[in-house]
Design a protein around this ligand. Structure first.
Ligand SMILES: Cc1ncc(COP(=O)(O)O)c(C=O)c1O
Length: 402
């Protein structure tokens, strides 16, 4: 008798299905397609020579190679955690080594947070829209989502307060240049949402994947720093997720969680159960590279990506038909378009690929309730300014036809 796999899968995975856009996005390898779909860094800007040099150093001695290729502790490579503590200190958080866990990308941190905090049917508050990967990480733990709408300053407070009154397990958000809509939460809104979460005793999960990629305006303190300022400089109500994927390279799969030791202790147990530890050699290499070039490299990235952000905004201003509006992000990788009510982002993508050789991600994927049908996300990070201009022109021509 052959196995009926559908019957054997655990109940909690029944809601997990392949996204309808995946088939369409498979077409993106064709060179003639200008893709704004992936939210990925441009490989041309990877610090490849610094990485190569760091590898050479590791393999110069047998002892160095031996420890880099060995198992390590689950908490993470100690010099890297020390670097992270110093970095977070600049953002107003006095964290000790026992308050930091290195994870295999910040995506793994989101999975562990879901595992730690969500039981079947528990409420989780997210913004509308939110990071699709967070929904994918949390959903196997079977939460019910409450989506809080956003304005240009961040989550709307009245809706947030109503959501918090339902006693959710946590509030997840991306305060800087959010994936997908590019919105940055204002300072006043940061303080206000921390007030509300503290009043209701609800933890905040802060995803800082894009924080370093700011092109205009003054950097804002992270929620974890504002929260620490209220609690003697220590992380208290906020769980902070950091990543080296957007500032250095995604392939190393190195990110971190910073939270109270009580939370981190539990997360360390999850790390042991999941994969024992993040790759030893990658942590060693990354520590070497960030110690040498973090600030200068991020500065270079900012100037390249700023040029691309500006190219996308200028092309939209020139070509977009009436009825289309878009965000003007101060950083990150994404511009978010709101289309006239009758335009469906998924149908538009199908036509955009076939008729205009251009791609993006339909916005409804980023809503826990699958609303936002007339929105799309366009990433400018991995496309040259010239191709951005041409791609935006093609999408806008198509929009005029629909
Ligand atoms: C908002 C956000 N959080 C987390 C991640 C995961 O990043 P990584 O696991 O590479 O650190 C991403 C990746 O695109 C992201 O956009």
């Amino acid at each position: 008798m052959t196995v009926d796999w559908g019957h054997v899968f655990a109940g909690r995975v029944s809601g997990m299905s392949a996204s309808e856009i995946r088939e369409l996005l498979k077409l993106l390898n064709r060179p003639e397609i200008i893709s704004f779909a992936g939210g990925i860094p441009d490989p041309d800007f990877f610090p490849s020579s610094a990485i190569a040099h760091a590898y050479q150093k590791v393999f110069q001695s047998n002892a160095g190679a031996g420890s880099a290729l060995q198992y390590t502790i689950s908490e993470g490579h100690t010099p890297l955690r020390e670097w992270i503590c110093t970095y977070m200190g600049k953002h107003g958080v006095q964290a000790g080594l026992d308050e930091v866990l290195v994870t295999s990308g910040s995506q793994q941190a989101l999975d562990f947070i879901g595992k730690l905090l969500i039981g079947p049917g528990d409420l989780v508050v997210v913004t509308a829209p939110t990071y699709l990967g967070a929904l994918q990480a949390f959903s196997p733990y079977e939460p019910r989502y409450i989506s809080v709408p956003m304005d240009e300053e961040g989550p709307e407070l009245a809706a947030l307060e109503a959501a918090l009154a339902e006693k959710p397990k946590f509030f997840y958000l991306v305060p800087d240049f959010q994936n997908p809509n590019g919105t940055t939460v204002s300072l006043a809104r940061r303080e206000a949402l921390l007030d509300l979460c503290e009043k209701h005793g609800v933890p905040v999960v802060e995803d800082a994947a894009y924080t370093e990629l700011r092109y205009d305006g003054e950097p804002l303190p992270p929620l974890v720093g504002l929260d620490a300022a209220r609690h003697g400089g220590k992380p208290t109500n906020v769980i902070y997720c950091g990543s080296f994927s957007k500032t250095m390279v995604p392939a190393m799969r190195v990110g971190w969680v910073l939270a109270t030791a009580e939370v981190v202790n539990r997360l360390v147990l999850m790390k042991q159960a999941a994969d024992l530890h993040a790759s030893t050699i990658n942590q060693i290499i990354l520590h070497d590279v960030v110690s040498q070039i973090f600030d200068s490299h991020v500065k270079t990235l900012r100037s390249h990506y700023k040029e691309r952000r500006d190219a996308m905004l200028a092309a939209l201003a020139e070509y977009a038909p009436p009825g289309v509006t878009w965000t003007k992000p101060q950083g990150g990788m994404f511009v978010w378009l709101e289309l006239p009510e009758h335009v469906d982002g998924t149908q538009l993508l199908e036509r955009a690929i076939k008729e205009a050789n251009v791609a993006f991600v339909p916005g409804s994927a980023f809503f826990a309730d699958r609303s936002g049908k007339n929105t799309i996300r366009m990433s400018f990070s991995a496309t040259s300014p010239e191709r951005i201009r041409e791609g935006v022109r093609r999408i806008c021509e198509l929009l005029k036809r629909v």
